[in-house]
Design a protein. Structure first.
Length: 409
């Protein structure tokens, strides 16, 4: 290289003379999000960061994998979920959650920023015995857990969501979605959400009850997302319901394709709320810019199904499903279900939105519940939580009534 060219290279990249091992040592001292940005500096930096030999030294993503439900004769009723890692072996998790107390049945309801929300049942003393049911919030990485007492409706509630943001507070919230049939068993097949109970770990009880004058139906397989203290849930009327931890509630309209297939859903990634919308031949990805204005969604990306998963798997377009967005990377996770009705096969892919490159991750097999189930994104949380997460739970497991009633016009 000529002297002038070498000087120009040094001016543009002062690290050009650093040996690889020293440059890796420097990069290892920055947070994971900054490491992702470092990939864009040059081809050399990208290759060093992605090289398998440097994995142990460089900071890793908080994303470890996904929990999803399985069906079949051999499933374990105590915990019918499977854990699929997408991070290799650097952070193995016990999908059976064996550190929790023994129970008859354990159902994983939601996951948020490293914590799991579960519902556990012990052997009932009576059919309607509320003492046989409770919620549990746990951290699988540290095996710490705490009990959340049931409400008078919990026995008949199918769904609850978790809100937790460790960058804001060490406390969490549980949102119990109470349907019309849970309020009154005579309302058969009416699964519209009429009330939402909110539990605060800081207050140590159920602090709010939202009563909706105009009940909406929250799709039972809607993943939802907790972002900036607000729980976002996809409804069945081309809207997203937004519920904050103080019990305030609003409805946000969403854009939909005229040839929409599948269910639009919301995800949090890189400090933004994303909406995915499936058309007949392509996927649209939107970003929430301002929930107050009329045009609050901005189109981020459109990608064909062939680009999304490659030519080999692009013939089953109606069986695609976005299950999650990477919390730190510009990556979406997609499942592809084969067209076979008898023995459908499920595959898991990732799609890098910057490079527009798909990557096959693994086969999920035939016993996964397919696109009819939620995949719960699991992140690792190694920081210590408050004293309430001591592994002893809460002594009082009796049914609690909600404390504050907020009427929503």
């Amino acid at each position: 290289m000529a002297t002038g060219s070498m000087e120009a290279a040094l001016m543009s990249d002062p690290t050009i003379k650093l040996p690889d091992d020293l440059l890796v040592e420097v990069i290892s001292r920055v947070p994971y999000k900054s490491t992702c940005c470092c990939k864009c500096v040059s081809t050399r930096w990208r290759d060093l960061i992605t090289h398998p030999d440097h994995r142990e030294k460089l900071p890793q993503s908080t994303l470890t994998g996904f929990f999803y439900k399985t069906y079949g004769m051999g499933r374990d009723p105590r915990c019918p979920h499977v854990y699929q890692s997408v991070s290799g072996s650097w952070c193995p998790l016990d999908a059976s959650l064996s550190f929790l107390p023994e129970c008859k049945e354990l159902d994983i309801l939601d996951c948020c920023n490293g914590l799991l929300l579960c519902r556990r049942r012990t052997a009932p003393k009576a059919l309607d015995d509320p003492g046989t049911l409770e919620y549990v919030v746990c951290n699988p990485a540290t095996e710490k857990w705490v009990s959340v007492p049931a409400t008078e409706y919990s026995l008949f509630v199918n769904d609850a969501r978790l809100g937790f943001d460790p960058s804001v507070s060490s406390h969490f919230h549980v949102f119990e979605l109470v349907t019309a049939v849970a309020l009154n068993l005579n309302n058969k097949y009416d699964y519209c959400i009429e009330e939402v109970g909110i539990y605060s770990s800081k207050a140590g009880g159920w602090t709010h009850q939202i009563v909706w004058d105009n009940p909406i139906e929250i799709l039972c397989l809607s993943g939802g997302a907790f972002f900036n203290g607000v729980l976002y849930l996809r409804s069945d009327s081309d809207t997203v319901a937004a519920i904050d931890v103080q019990g305030n509630y609003r409805i946000i309209p969403i854009p939909t394709s005229p040839d929409a297939r599948g269910v639009p859903n919301v995800y949090v990634s890189r400090g933004q709320l994303y909406l995915t919308d499936h058309g007949s031949s392509e996927l649209s990805i939107w970003v929430l810019e301002d929930s107050i204005s009329e045009n609050c969604w901005t189109l981020k990306l459109k990608v064909s199904y062939m680009q999304l998963v490659g030519v080999e798997y692009s013939s089953a377009g109606e069986h695609y499903g976005v299950i999650s967005a990477h919390p730190e990377d510009n990556v979406m996770f997609i499942t592809v279900e084969s067209a076979s009705r008898i023995f459908p096969q499920m595959k898991l892919f990732s799609y890098e939105m910057d490079s527009r490159e798909p990557r096959f991750i693994c086969d999920l097999g035939r016993n996964s519940s397919g696109l009819k189930a939620r995949f719960l994104q699991m992140q690792v949380l190694t920081d210590e939580l408050p004293a309430s997460f001591m592994g002893t739970g809460v002594a009082d497991l009796s049914t609690q009534k909600l404390l504050i009633v907020c009427s929503i016009p």
